[in-house]
Design a protein around this ligand. Structure first.
Ligand SMILES: O=C(O)CCC(=O)C(=O)O
Ligand SMILES: [Fe+2]
Length: 281
């Protein structure tokens, strides 16, 4: 399995990108419209946020899931017994956000959502017709007017040595949504599972964007687009003392969208959040 960066401006970008998503569940883009300077400014602002105690004033709301999730409240990946070693903030335009950090984060949300929708349109255009006939409605219309798209600011704190045995920064998991777009983080660690079961490092060149399929698009495409397992491993040696910040945007459809005979977006999301231990059954 190879993950080579595709040039967003190349004449064959759309086909190459959708081929990569079909074959691996992942695609890497360079020369895309998201500015590096915006991403690094957000990383800096949120490092300060996570380093300060005011984060506790933004504790997440259990139903809507917006706000700050402390390490004690973070996810336990399906099939794992230890919580991930991370804390994070869930931003929605309608949700809570510290005033100081709102300007850049809302700008990023809007730019990244626009790009994610464009990439979803590429996926739609290059889905073979025998697969596309199973979409209950066009992929673009699934997200039009959706208020569910989630921007997560993630902080993996430096390791102190007192972490629970076997706990890792992000246990192997699949994303729940349609598509995820993720700027390369400020530190390595992201790995993707290849078809032979081995773990491969995802290239971490600052400025590239990583896109992956989530379970909802896998479900809607009958598996044509695979939702590939990924994880974030712990740093070693001198890197243990470093924080890692990342900024995934999870493109979500409207709740009433029918994904398959089994699921609407709402029923699927609910099932998965219970599994992750972040909402009660
Ligand atoms: O931090 C990363 O690089 C990936 C995060 C991730 O996979 C997730 O939050 O779903
Ligand atoms: Fe993920």
């Amino acid at each position: 399995m190879q993950l080579q960066a595709i040039d967003y401006t190349s004449p064959t970008a759309q086909q190459d990108f959708v081929k990569s998503l079909h074959e691996t569940g992942f695609g890497v883009l360079k020369n895309h419209p998201i500015q590096k300077s915006l991403v690094s400014a957000i990383y800096n602002e949120w490092q300060r946020f996570f380093d300060s105690d005011t984060k506790h004033d933004y504790r997440y709301n259990i139903g809507p899931q917006d706000g700050y999730f402390a390490p004690e409240a973070s996810e336990t990946a399906k099939g794992h017994s230890k919580r991930d070693i991370k804390e994070y903030f869930h931003y929605y335009p309608w949700g809570q956000c510290p005033e100081q950090e709102k300007k850049l984060l809302s700008q990023y949300y809007s730019e990244a959502s626009t790009l994610a929708k464009e990439l979803l349109a590429w996926v739609e255009k290059h889905t073979p017709s025998d697969i596309a006939q199973h979409y209950s409605q066009s992929l673009s219309s699934m997200v039009d007017g959706s208020e569910q798209t989630l921007l997560r600011v993630l902080h993996y704190p430096p390791l102190k040595g007192d972490e629970e045995l076997g706990a890792i920064r992000a246990g192997a998991h699949e994303d729940i949504n349609l598509l995820t777009i993720l700027p390369s983080a400020n530190e390595p660690g992201l790995q993707v599972k290849a078809k032979d079961g081995s773990w491969m490092d995802v290239p971490c060149d600052f400025g590239t964007l990583i896109i992956n399929i989530g379970d909802m698009l896998q479900e809607a495409s009958g598996g044509y687009f695979p939702s590939t397992s990924h994880r974030v491993i712990n740093p070693e040696g001198a890197d243990k003392t470093k924080s890692r910040i990342s900024l995934p945007l999870f493109l979500h459809p409207k709740p009433e969208v029918v994904l398959s005979e089994r699921h609407t977006a709402k029923s699927y999301l609910h099932e998965r959040l219970v599994e992750l231990g972040v909402i009660p059954a």
